[in-house]
Design a protein around this ligand. Structure first.
Ligand code: ARG
Length: 588
C-alpha cells in the first residue's frame, strides 16, 4: 500500500512538472516546524540554481497549482522558498480507511523476501542464563518478528555455547568430586547410566566452583583444558557427560526463554560446526590462506585502509584445539550448506566486535560465503545498574535472569494491586504480562548499541516512556470498546470521518505513519524506532482522549467514526508491541 508521504510526493511532483520543473523536486518530508505545518517540500530551494530563478518564484508557482488539490488542506509558499503543507482531513480519513482494511496496516510485504539467519540469545550451556544474555534475546527476537511481519524468511538460531572451556571445567570438577564414576574410566566399555549424575541446581553450583578454582589452581586449569580438548576429540565418557549436561541445561534454558516469550527456530550449537572444521581448515591451507605462526594456524585478515590493527584470525591453537573463531567460521560453512541465506545477522555484545570483524573478513577472503551474502553484526551495549556499572545483584554477584524477572514481576504486582482495578486473582498473571513489557520496552527503547541503566522503578512506572504506560493506553482503549459493545454496538461499523480538531488529526497523522515506520525500523535494525513511534501514538491518543467525548457523543455517525479510530489505534499499537515481543492484557 502506498504511504501517505508517497501520495503527497506524487501530488507535489506533478505540480512541479506542470510548472516546467523536474518532478524529483517534489519530494515531501516531515515538517521541521510542526508549529507551522504538518509536512514540507524544499524542492524549490533545491531547484533554484538549476533553473536560475529565485526559489520563492518556484515555490509560489507550485503552491498556486496545488491550491485545489484534494490531498492538501493548505499549501503555503513561504520565503525564502519553502512549501508548507497540511493534509486534507477528508483525504487523511480515507487513507486511514484503506489502512484499516489492510492486513499489515499499510506496511508492504517484501517483494523479494530475503532469507536471514539471525544468531541471537547465545547462552552458554551449564552456565545460568544471566542478564548479559537478556539483551541479545530481546533485541534479536524483535528484529526477527519485524522481518517476519514484512515477509522475510527469518531463521532464529540460539547458537548455544556448548564446546568451550566451561565444559572441560565441569568435567574436571565432577571428576574431582566423584572419580569413581564410569565416565572417567578410560577402560570402561559398557553403557553409561541414563540418569545424569547431577541436577540443574547442582550443575549451576558446579560451574562457578570450577571456574573459581581454575583461576587459583594452575594444575586444575591444565586439567580442564585437557578435558576440553579430549571432549572435542570425542572421548567416549566425556561425550556421555556432555550429553547429560546438554539435556539438563537445555531443558532449563527453554523454560527461561519461554518466560521471555522468545522462540528460536533452531537450537544449533557450537559443536554442530565441529564436523565442518577439518575440511574447512584443509581447504584454507590448500588455497594458501592459512599458514603456521608459532605453532598456531592463522589467516591474515588485515586490509588496506585499516585504521586500527586487526590481528590475524586464529584457526587452530598449537595443540590443535579449535577456538571460538573456528566454530564461528565452521558454523558459517554449515549455514551456507543448509540454508544459503542472503544474510547472517549476529546480535551479540559489542565487546565482541573485533571477533566478528575477523570472522567476517576471513569468511569472505577464503570464499566461505558468496559475494552477495551479507554478514552483519549488531553489537549491543551493556546493561548497567543505577551505579553505572554492569548490572549485579545486591550482593554483587551475577544477576540471574530468572531473579531479575521475578523482581520486576513483584514490583509490578505491588503497583497493580495499589491501583486496585483488577481483582486479586488476576493480578498475578497481569503482573507477569506487564512485567515482561516493562523489561522489554525498557531495553528496546534505547538504541541497541548504547549502554543503558536498568532501573526497576522507572521501567515499572505507569507514567513516562515505559512499557506499562503503553499497555495502560491500550487497556484504556479496550475498556472503552468493551463498554461500547455493552451498548449492543459493533465497533467496526460506520465510516472514518474527517478529524474535527487538532488532537484528533494529530492522532490520525501518527497512525498513518505505521507502515513506513515498520519498514524503516527493520531496514535499520532499530527496534528503538518502533518504541519511539509507539510512544508518539500513545501520547497522541491520550491527548485526543482527554479532549474528546467518545461514548457521550450524540451524533451517531460521528460516534461510530470515533470508535473506528479507537479500533485502528488499538490495532496499530498491538501490532507494534507484537513486533517488540510482548502483548497487552485485557485489564490492568
Ligand atoms: N555464547 C557467546 C557468549 O556468551 C555468544 C554467542 C554469539 N554467537 C556467535 N555466533 N558467536 O559470549
Amino acid at each position: 500500500m502506498k504511504k501517505l508521504i508517497e501520495l503527497m510526493t506524487e501530488e507535489v511532483s506533478s505540480a512541479f512538472e506542470k510548472a516546467g520543473y523536474a518532478p524529483e523536486l517534489g519530494r515531501v518530508n516531515g515538517s521541521n516546524r510542526p508549529d507551522l505545518c504538518e509536512y514540507q517540500c524544499n524542492g524549490a530551494m533545491a531547484g533554484a540554481k538549476q533553473y536560475k530563478k529565485a526559489p520563492f518564484m518556484i515555490s509560489d508557482q507550485v503552491a498556486e497549482l496545488l491550491k485545489d488539490s484534494p490531498v492538501f488542506e493548505s499549501v503555503q509558499s513561504v520565503k525564502p522558498g519553502f512549501i508548507n503543507l497540511n493534509v486534507d482531513p477528508a483525504f487523511l480519513a480515507s487513507y486511514l480507511e484503506k489502512m484499516s482494511g489492510d492486513e499489515k496496516l499499510g506496511a508492504d510485504t517484501a517483494e523479494k523476501p530475503r532469507t536471514i539467519i539471525i544468531d541471537y540469545g547465545g547462552p552458554n550451556v551449564a552456565k545460568p542464563l544471566h542478564v548479559g544474555h537478556l539483551r541479545s534475546a530481546i533485541i534479536g527476537e524483535s528484529i526477527k518478528r519485524t522481518g517476519r511481519f514484512l515477509g522475510h524468511k527469518m531463521i532464529g538460531d540460539v547458537h548455544l555455547g556448548d564446546w568451550g572451556l566451561q565444559m572441560g571445567l565441569i568435567i574436571t570438577e565432577l571428576r574431582h568430586r566423584n572419580p569413581s564414576l564410569p565416565y572417567f574410566d578410560e577402560n570402561y566399555t559398557g553403557e553409561y547410566p541414563k540418569e545424569p549424575p547431577f541436577t540443574i541446581s547442582e550443575l549451576e553450583e558446579i560451574y562457578p566452583a570450577a571456574s573459581a578454582r581454575s583461576k587459583e589452581d594452575e594444575a586444575y586449569r591444565s586439567e580442564a583444558l585437557e578435558a576440553t580438548g579430549e571432549l572435542q576429540h570425542g572421548r567416549r565418557g566425556y561425550m556421555a557427560l556432555w550429553n547429560h549436561i546438554m539435556n539438563v541445561s537445555v531443558t532449563d534454558l527453554k523454560k527461561n526463554y519461554e518466560k521471555l516469550d522468545v522462540e528460536f527456530d533452531l537450537w544449533k550449537k557450537e559443536s554442530d560446526a565441529q564436523p565442518y572444521i577439518p575440511d574447512m581448515v584443509e581447504e584454507m591451507k590448500a588455497k594458501g590462506f592459512a599458514y603456521e605462526d608459532q605453532g598456531a594456524l592463522v589467516v591474515d585478515v588485515k586490509e588496506e585502509g585499516d585504521t586500527k590493527e586487526i590481528p590475524p584470525c586464529m584457526l587452530l591453537k598449537s595443540d590443535g584445539a579449535s577456538l571460538y573463531t573456528t566454530t564461528d567460521l565452521a558454523t558459517i560453512v554449515e549455514r551456507m550448506k543448509l540454508f544459503d541465506p542472503d544474510e547472517m545477522l549476529y546480535v551479540v555484545d559489542k565487546r565482541q566486535e573485533l571477533h566478528f570483524d575477523q570472522v567476517f573478513r576471513c569468511a569472505r577472503k577464503t570464499g566461505l560465503v558468496k559475494d552477495t551474502t551479507k554478514l552483519s553484526f549488531l553489537g549491543f551495549g551493556t546493561m548497567n545498574g543505577k551505579d553505572g556499572k554492569p548490572f549485579k545483584t545486591r550482593e554483587g554477584g551475577v544477576m540471574r535472569l530468572e531473579n531479575l524477572i521475578a523482581d520486576i514481576d513483584a514490583e509490578m504486582y505491588k503497583k497493580i494491586v495499589e491501583n486496585r482495578s483488577v481483582r486479586d486473582t488476576d493480578a498475578k498473571d497481569t503482573a507477569e504480562v506487564v512485567g515482561l513489557a516493562a523489561i522489554k520496552y525498557g531495553d528496546l527503547s534505547n538504541q541497541a548499541t548504547k549502554d543503558y541503566v536498568f532501573d526497576v522503578d522507572r521501567f515499572t512506572s505507569f507514567e513516562g516512556n515505559t512499557g506499562p504506560y503503553i499497555l495502560y493506553t491500550i487497556v484504556r482503549i479496550k475498556s472503552i470498546l468493551s463498554r461500547y459493545k455493552e451498548e449492543g454496538k459493533d465497533p467496526c461499523e460506520g465510516k472514518l470521518l474527517p478529524a474535527q480538531n487538532k488532537t484528533e488529526k494529530d492522532l490520525m497523522l501518527q497512525l498513518s505513519g505505521f507502515g513506513a515506520m515498520a519498514e524503516n525500523a527493520f531496514a535499520e535494525t532499530a527496534p528503538h524506532k518502533i518504541c519511539a513511534y509507539i510512544y508518539d501514538v500513545s501520547n497522541a491518543f491520550n491527548s485526543f482522549y482527554h479532549e474528546t467525548k467518545i461514548l457521550g457523543e450524540e451524533d451517531p455517525a460521528r460516534k461510530q467514526s470515533l470508535i473506528r479510530l479507537l479500533v485502528l489505534t488499538k490495532d496499530v499499537l498491538e501490532t507494534a508491541i507484537s513486533l517488540l515481543g510482548f502483548s497487552a492484557p485485557e485489564r490492568m
